[in-house]
Write a protein that binds this ligand. Sequence first.
Ligand code: ATP
Length: 317
Amino acid sequence: MRSYSLIAPAKINLHLEILGDRVDGYHELAMLMQSIDLADTIDLHPLSTDIIRVHCNHPLVPPDKGNLAYKAAQLMVEEFPEVFARFGGVEITINKQIPVAAGLAGGSTDAAAVLVGLDMMWQLGLTRPELQELGAKLGSDIPFCLTGGTAIATGRGEEIDSLLGIDSFYVVLGKYRRLTISTAWAYQTYRTQFGHSYVRNAERLASSAARVHSGPLVKAMINKDGVQIGQLLHNDLEKVVLPTTPQVAQLKEAFQNTGALGTMMSGSGPTVFALCESEAQALEVQHQVRVAIPDPDLDFWVSKFSNQGIQLASPVS
Ligand code: ATP
């Protein structure tokens, strides 16, 4: 049986709108998601025993059952017990490049890579919608991570409508190394503060979600109009994170002062990104913010939009 090496890209949100509550306890969302080429590498090696083993080079990522990549393998075992009995276990090695608990879907993309890798290793021949359905059982961002590129995500984020791939823009990501934000905390706090304004009528919920499809941001994306995209970036979760986390607010302001096309917090943060039209502009923006905030705890990455989700790096023997 072959081993596989997969590339698992991070995502940013260009639009994140919280529409209302769902009966399953999640939020009803309308998002525009974008893959970037900052990526983890996931190696899968078959084992002759019936064990799932996880290794990761990052101290904050659990190398055990708590790892989303482990959970993805466990789900495949439960869904395909006979195939597992025939082929045996798997050793998963995560080379973590995506910052952890950063609003960049690092865990979700690793889990998506494991679903794709085991589908190939166990020769299951699953279709993309079948993989997305499995992924949605584990996490709302996983269906997007599988397909990647540019997509509208609705429902709790698992209903994906892909747009024509856009890969011409760059982003600078800034994140304080020791600052992490719990996604659950951000959404719960939002519900406490803004729940009174949630849309409760099913028809209005559907029309609010549809508004994103025909809205100005999607038009600007299709036209590759960087100035418009920069002006239309939107994230509801900034309303709870910026007032409580001054470092994030200050970082956003520093990015704003550089003349980048636009700047916003990604997902539940604390990563802030600046949208740039070229790599040269991104490097200049990074330099200016490094000078404005000379804190050694502040890390930067320059990354390009990517029109791909999980990809095979190379089949290893
Ligand atoms: P999202 O943008 O989907 O909300 P995130 O980027 O904010 O996710 P992750 O990097 O996925 O957050 O990490 C969230 C938590 O999940 C961390 O506390 C981490 O310990 C745990 N975790 C479990 N598996 C992984 C993994 N493979 N990679 C990263 N974190 C993982």
